[in-house]
Ligand binder design. Structure first.
Ligand SMILES: Nc1ncnc2c1ncn2[C@@H]1O[C@H](COP(=O)(O)OP(=O)(O)OP(=O)(O)O)[C@@H](O)[C@H]1O
Ligand SMILES: [Mg+2]
Length: 348
């Protein structure tokens, strides 16, 4: 194929590459970025503009000169950060000693996902190790005839049961998460009574609240409103939020469940007067396995999955979940659901 103007042909070619690329004409000091480069990094027209990428431009120019057409080295890779996530690759275009090709490789997102996967495996292993080590230790002791007495069996069995329960719950939580994260999962929505769900969740967590001498007050909607949801999933969210409000609160501090209508949605708030969450930790509490420093140093057990599961469920139900909290004063977790019948009345 005969190309009349190789430079304009090269410019058309780089526009077709779905990566941040640019051409550089050495003799006229002209940098021609493609649209991906312009969108991600901004407009540039001279070699000196590349200093915006934290590149030493004189060193870059020397590297480019070493990529002479008669040399064996045609390609250079310049790291743009200490972690080696971003690189600028430069090559000299064969047969055109004046022309250079730049490609910006950004692996930040790929590395982030890779790190998340590694953290996930490390967290799961850690969560499994603690109860498994405990169960193993107790069973090993009982297997030694010197230690096997009926008193020890009576003492150890409830502890073994508690640890196996923890393992069982962890496994159920992980299964739920993987189902909810599957893009093919669809939760069927039907109109259900919000008040009934609130009452069921309060009843399910009543023994825990009683143990801590905490009252849970429902400020009910003015009328029996129906929301578009799935009873089993909605109850799971409410129980998770109430479980947290109860377990992280100090005894005697009341918990309040209230509702508020906004357009065709209804927000449900679960507010406590517990220790609250520091502002820098707030955005992370919905992450899988995240537990605040306070929770990690305290005696309250948990694997940090409850809120991650709740967030996925609420998203699947078409709503949003948020938190506002003040250290030392308490937390308010609230989520929205679509009303099945649009009600205009104000709620309590
Ligand atoms: N009401 C609350 N008050 C204070 N801190 C809270 C509250 N709710 C959640 N948190 C913090 O957010 C973290 C994440 O909560 P999440 O429910 O996901 O996990 P968990 O309670 O630790 O474990 P589990 O998987 O058993 O629910 C908790 O570990 C705690 O640090
Ligand atoms: Mg929890």
């Amino acid at each position: 194929m005969l190309v009349a103007n190789p430079i304009s042909f090269a410019c058309e070619m780089i526009e077709a590459i779905p990566e941040s690329t640019a051409l550089y004409l050495w003799n006229s000091d002209l940098l021609i970025p493609n649209r991906f480069w312009k969108e991600r990094i901004g407009e540039m027209s001279r070699l000196s503009d590349i200093s915006r990428l934290n590149v030493d431009v004189s060193a870059l120019a020397r590297t480019m000169m070493s990529l002479a057409p008669d040399s064996d080295i045609r390609f250079a890779d310049i790291p743009l950060d200490l972690q080696n996530y971003r690189h600028l690759q430069v090559s000299q275009v064969p047969e055109h000693p004046d022309l250079y090709f730049f490609l910006l490789r950004d692996e930040t997102e790929v590395r982030r996902v890779e790190q998340m996967r590694k953290d996930f495996i490390a967290n799961v292993s850690h969560e499994l190790r603690t109860p498994l080590t405990a169960v193993r230790g107790y069973v090993e002791t009982l297997m030694d005839p010197k230690f096997l007495t009926i008193e020890r069996v009576r003492e150890f069995l409830p502890v073994i049961f508690e640890h196996t329960e923890r393992l069982h719950n962890l496994m159920l939580d992980l299964l739920s998460l993987s189902r909810l994260e599957n893009p093919n999962t669809v939760i069927e929505l039907t109109p259900i009574s919000l008040l009934e769900e609130l009452e069921d969740a309060v009843e399910a967590t009543a023994p825990l609240a009683r143990m801590k001498n905490l009252t849970v007050e429902i400020r009910p909607p003015a009328e029996d409103l129906r929301v578009l949801a799935n009873s089993e999933h909605l109850e799971r969210v409410l129980v998770n939020l109430l479980d947290n409000a109860i377990k992280y609160s100090t005894p005697n501090a009341p918990i309040i469940i209230s509702t508020e209508i906004e357009g065709d949605c209804i927000w449900t708030h679960v507010s406590d007067q517990g220790p609250g969450i520091a502002p820098e930790e707030l955005p992370r509490v919905f992450e899988r396995f995240y537990r605040t420093k306070g929770a990690l140093s305290g005696r309250v057990q948990g694997s940090g999955l409850g809120l991650a599961i709740s967030k996925h469920i609420i998203q699947q139900l078409g709503g949003e979940i948020r938190v506002s909290s003040t250290l030392g004063q308490g937390s308010d977790f609230f989520f929205s659901l679509r009303l099945a019948t649009k009600a205009a009345k104000t709620l309590a």
